[in-house]
Design a protein around this ligand. Structure first.
Ligand code: FAD
Length: 497
């Protein structure tokens, strides 16, 4: 409630925030989590909590009056539509030069993402975060994160025969014929549940095209894993539809946190303050960076250093489709959960996931989301004119990522005698280069913070989310975000409580 004092306050309920909540609570600390999105535990008028990908509605987007679907076109035609402004689940946040997709609600990105749970190869991790003891990460924290998240692997024999992964088998065949390393990718979607879907025994989710706007079944989001365990301790309170706007040192010690309560139309219905002994920034790379940059610039947290806002990257995300021959049908039934990838990181700087196009009809298309080794990093800065925070990303920087992705798909196209699809992102546009699903950085470990996420200049303030990672993880990021949070909270509980 207003004016309360809490030992630990966590801003955001995604991966970093959920790890911090569980481990602090297990250590006996009472935790208050503040989450600007909805709780996503109540069915809508159709009896379902989450909207379907094929029929986005008010639940689908964060405070927009028109959808902004990542795949904006089909057969060249725009498919976006009007919706009413609502605190929906997927935020397509627009900065100049890039749209950053993020989850909104209790569970953060785990609500909307594809569940691909990838532990990067150890050498690549070492290059990204050289100050982190890799032995400890691979012996203790990656295994702990994988267990906590409920990561599982697809049954290969089932993969080889099920209709819903025909598209992925076509992807495998093409990758292998061009000599690329083909990898099976673990996931937090329960593959046993998916088998039951295919058999017609349970309600369909992955096999009903659910993804992006939430999965009604099968996926173990943070609500089912870390946050369920955290709730069971009895020490964690979550306030959904509450947004943190300020954190500043309190006269009596600790920090005064200002919080706006929102209605589902996005309006502010109340403003509250809470005093917190320790504050954990877990608002995601963009959310944490925006808060810190603004709080430094406006003098609320004057001790933050000049690294705040720097080192932001898009994980090199770029999307494309390929048009297959008629004999390489990809199937009308496609599991929305990707489970395979093409690894050309060492040679060409790209790791591509074979993604579904779950339209429900045969498209003869192969679709890919590539993660690339782009060197480009942007910076957030406070805009005193608008009171907002800008990002200086350059659209042209994506060309580096496109070139890296082409190291895979130009070769496959030559080998197969095929071409790129030009109808998925606009009229005659091959590359989905306007967006990222994987924002990373902005409060980089060892720069804006010490080697365990303690913010420089203000004891008792911590960063514990994707903003610690300097712009790239070489693979999909959430397992690394979770493992790094496990490592940092272990240290913080040992030494700071
Ligand atoms: P988040 O999970 O983003 O959580 C931050 C939370 O803080 C959010 O719930 C937000 O609403 C809240 N918040 C923000 N600001 C405030 C504020 N001021 N006050 C209160 N609350 C606030 N990664 C993978 O590894 N595999 C995948 O398959 C994958 N697929 C993806 C697909 C999509 C469509 C998207 C969008 C992302 C995908 N990702 C995937 C990325 C992954 O989801 C993110 O990297 C991850 O969620 C980031 O974790 P985090 O803890 O840093 O922050």
């Amino acid at each position: 409630g207003d004016g309360a004092r809490v030992p630990a306050l966590i801003i955001g309920s995604g991966y970093g925030g959920s790890v911090a909540a569980l481990r602090l609570a297990q250590a006996g600390v009472d935790v208050h989590m503040i989450e600007m999105g909805k709780s996503w535990d109540t069915p809508g008028s159709d009896g379902k909590i989450f909207a379907n990908t094929r029929t986005p509605d008010d639940r689908s987007f964060w405070l927009r009056t028109r959808t902004k679907q990542p795949l904006s076109n089909f057969l060249g035609f725009p498919i976006d539509k009007n919706v009413s402004r609502h605190t929906g689940i997927l935020d397509a946040e627009e900065f100049s030069g890039i749209t950053v997709y993020q989850g909104r609600g209790v569970g953060g990105g785990s609500l909307v993402n594809g569940g691909m749970a990838v532990t990067p190869n150890r050498e690549r991790f070492g290059a990204i975060l050289p100050s982190v003891d890799a032995d400890e990460m691979y012996d203790v924290y990656y295994p702990r994160a994988n267990a906590g998240l409920g990561v599982n692997e697809i049954d290969r024999a089932w993969f080889d025969t099920t209709d819903c992964y025909q598209y992925a088998r076509v992807g495998r065949k093409h990758a292998e014929r061009s000599g690329f390393d083909f990898v099976y990718v673990p996931n937090v979607y329960d593959f046993n549940y998916m088998k039951q879907e295919a058999a017609g025994n349970v309600p369909r989710s992955a096999l009903a095209a659910e993804i992006l706007y939430g999965n009604n079944h099968g996926k173990k989001s943070l609500q089912q894993t870390y946050l369920a365990q955290a709730a069971a301790t009895g020490r964690v309170t979550i306030s959904p539809l509450h947004r943190v706007t300020s954190v500043t040192p309190a006269p009596s010690g600790g920090y005064t946190v200002t919080i706006e309560q929102l209605n589902t139309g996005g309006g502010v219905t109340a403003t509250k303050t809470v005093t917190a002994g320790k504050v954990f920034f877990a608002a995601g790379s963009v959310g944490t960076s925006k808060l810190l940059v603004k709080l430094k610039a406006t003098g609320a947290l004057p001790g933050l250093n000049n690294e705040v806002g720097k080192g932001w990257g898009d994980n090199g995300n770029v999307m494309c489709g390929r048009a297959n021959h008629m004999w390489d049908a990809t199937g009308s039934l496609q599991s929305s959960i990707p489970t395979v990838g093409i690894d050309n990181w060492e040679e060409g700087g790209a790791f591509a996931e074979v993604a579904p196009l779950p339209t429900g009809i045969e498209t003869y298309a192969s679709f890919y989301l590539s993660i690339t080794n782009t060197p480009h990093r942007a910076q957030f800065s406070y805009n005193a004119g608008t009171g907002g925070v800008d990002l200086n990303w350059q659209t042209s920087w994506k060309q580096t990522s496109i070139d890296m992705a082409k190291s895979i798909f130009d070769k496959i196209n030559r080998k197969e005698g095929t071409i790129y699809r030009t109808d998925l992102f606009g009229f005659y546009k091959i590359w989905g280069d306007h967006l990222t699903y994987h924002p990373l950085g902005g409060a980089v470990l060892g720069k804006a913070t010490d080697n365990h996420g303690r913010l420089h200049g203000h004891p008792g303030l911590y960063v514990i989310d994707g903003s610690l990672i300097p712009g790239n993880t070489s693979v999909n990021p959430f397992v690394t975000i979770t493992a790094l949070a496990e490592r940092n909270i272990d240290k913080i509980i040992d030494t700071d409580l």
